[in-house]
Design a binder for this molecule. Sequence first.
Ligand code: AMP
Length: 560
Amino acid sequence: MTITAPREAAGFADLQLRPELLAALSGLGYEEPTPIQREAIPHLLDGRDLLGQAATGTGKTAAFALPVLERLERAGEEGARPRALVLVPTRELAIQVSEAFHRYGRRMGARVLPVYGGAPIGRQLAALRRGVDVVVATPGRALDLIGRDALRLEELRTVVLDEADEMLDMGFAEDIEAILAETPAERQTVLFSATVPPRIEQIAGRHLRHPVRIEIERPEREAGEPPLVRQRAYVVDRAHKPAALGRLLDVEAPAAAIVFCRTREQVDELTEMLNGRGHRAEALHGGMTQDQRDRVMGRLRAGTAQLLIATDVAARGIDVEHLTHVINYHVPSDPDSFVHRIGRVGRAGRQGVALTLAEPREHRMLRTIERATGLRITVEKIPTVADLRARRLELLRAALRESLLNDDLDPYRAVVESLAEEFDVMEVALAAVKLAQEADGVAADEEEIPEVVPRRPREDRPGRRIARRGGPDAGVTRLFVGLGRRHGIRPQDLVGAIAGEAGLHGRDIGAIEIADRFSLVEVPEATAARVIDALRRTTLKGQKAVVRRERFDRADRRPR
Ligand code: AMP
């Protein structure tokens, strides 16, 4: 086991960012730029247009947010008109992106406003009047605010189209065109998209000037000797990640594992959480001195520590021979770093295991990694409480067998003999097993970790087309929404509301039919109840709608 010096690569300090931004990044525990950040930030600081192919999980948000903030003059000025507009497909993303801007730009006084449908417009109008530097908006609400003369774009320097493919899938193409028509011709335009189909090329061709192109996916990359590692991934909501990690560690019971996180803060938090659960975990990150790191590695080598929680930077160059598992607590930001991470196990011909926890939005990054590395990653279900119990019993059985074969059990003979006068020996053994299991720290209150409905791959997904007559496909449910064309409803309004309010991915929403007085929309059966509930709670074009599963009249198969 050795520690070598980290590989030389441009750090944040090389990126010509102002001290307030650098301080914010270090405060957040970011140790180094991700590849997309390293490549995109210098061009964006130069004012170049950019077409970036990057999915969630690559660090793309900071890749555009940091240059936008760096280029802000007079941040926080009273009554200022926005200098940057970021268009995003969903409310969820609007909030997430504006929080990111806030975290990075707070120290320089930057004011960021998320605007999206479904939220009271009054507060957004007031904030715009007071002055904002950056607006992060869904297209529909942005157009609405432009129409009211509340969102004034004449001083914009930068427009970012984030998750552009998703926005097109959700039917926002016209809205985007209309918004761009309101922006100054000399603006900087930045487009990020997970995929670059012809429709995205067309938009880029029309609106970007001599763009720099950056791809994070390099499928033609030379695939070296693939390591002997079994790849498994689990899709879980962020809120359930700590529990999911705990469950996996309990079931896998690794002899020695390394758990990768993105930031120092996450390393510290996770280390504390795992130690609290009875694991022997040690943190390793770039904020520690060489001396501290050496001691951590010493404890891992001696077996007094079983888990190493680390950032990529800190783990670079370490070599732990008996490592059995690599766990990606976050999806790595690019395929190369995935390969580096899993290269820590499966050495010397032994089989290793690599487990990756992905949030639903990061599902696509898994496919990107698969394509770029040629490795197969199977998505599996998080073990249930029953799986965990079965596994613990299996481990206990193995331990008992070991003890029967090897230990001197004579000192306990008197206990069993005296009980055997009163009970059957089998009963005595059962009670002993029960006590042993409980002493092992079996938590009786383990809760199930909810399963996330995986997204269907693109090929299987129904496009935005007119609904067929008759019932929808298996696994798909058609919902009746009591508002239609005469209420001003368009497909993108339904998609926006469902994605925004029920958290569905745009492409999971199937065929939509808008009739005069009602609409029909297909959603995955597993999400139907959530969508109905969310749509009932919100408004569409300011109106409450009756929402229910579609019922058929058998005679003509028209909804009743
Ligand atoms: P994104 O791909 O923009 O959705 O970012 C994914 C996650 O990575 C977010 O939680 C960011 O806070 C985090 N992140 C972005 N850049 C870095 C970095 N350089 N180091 C560590 N974490 C980062």
